[in-house]
Design a protein around this ligand. Structure first.
Ligand code: HPA
Length: 236
């Protein structure tokens, strides 16, 4: 086992989907995977392994924010030889060209976090998605008929959910950033460190410019669409 995951090597697939909410991991295992087995309950951060269309796949909760996400994803890469991680999550739209319920494929993740300033001796590093995985996700979105509401572009991973009343998100939006969430920069950085493939697929749960938010039924439907896209991308 690793420090925060109580699983033996081999219990976890080379391909892992990571929602922030561990109960979402359970929901995915119960509703989208076959023969799913729970391999982790430490801190309630559920992890399951099952199959999708015959491919072994795991789903592991990450918790919220870069520090929590990086603990789990680093252990997956380092201790369990995971090769591909897809974050499945929600984001807030900060750009007027993006609507609630849309899907965003995060090309790169700007961040307010200091993780990379620390790693790169005070300089910047640009956390970037794996191109092949991103290209596959785009093709799958086309096959699934989602392209009319799928955006591909940079996102922002903030350290704070509350408190950006200072126009920070508007400034990022001016530079083409599509949405704000709290984990992708950690995923892309850890994947680069461990030479693994990573992509964040996000649905827009709320709009920071218009104030619109999705209902729980809408979140369920958009989540299902995102899951189809993530699973088809994960196994290809
Ligand atoms: N900010 C940060 N993370 C988020 C948001 C947000 O507005 N919405 C969904 N995840």
């Amino acid at each position: 086992m690793s420090t925060h995951i109580n699983a033996a090597k081999g219990d976890i697939a080379e391909v892992v989907l990571m929602p922030g909410d561990p109960l979402r991991a359970k929901y995915v295992a119960e509703n989208f995977l076959e023969n799913a087995v729970c391999y982790n309950e430490v801190r309630g951060m559920y992890g399951f392994t099952g199959t999708y269309k015959g491919h072994k796949i795991s789903v592991q909760g990450s918790g919220m924010g870069i520090p929590s996400f990086m603990i789990y994803v680093t252990e997956l890469f380092k201790e369990y030889d995971v090769k591909r991680v897809l974050r499945i999550g929600t984001c807030g739209a900060i750009n007027k060209d993006v609507n609630i319920r849309d899907i965003i494929l995060g090309v790169s993740a700007n961040t307010t976090s200091n993780i990379n300033r620390t790693r790169f001796m005070g300089y910047d590093f640009c956390p970037t998605a794996d191109f092949k995985l991103l290209y596959t996700a785009y093709q799958k979105a086309e096959e699934l008929g989602f392209l009319d509401h799928t955006h591909v572009g940079p996102i922002l991973s903030t350290d704070e959910f509350y408190g950006h009343d200072d126009g920070l998100e508007a400034r990022y939006a001016e530079y083409g950033v599509l949405g704000v969430e709290m984990e992708a920069a950690g995923l892309y950085t850890a994947a680069a460190a461990y030479k693994a493939e990573a992509l964040a697929i996000l649905t827009v749960s709320d709009h920071i410019v218009t104030g619109e938010a999705t209902s729980s039924e809408e979140r369920e439907k958009t989540f299902t669409d995102m899951m189809k896209l993530a699973l088809e991308t994960a196994i290809s």
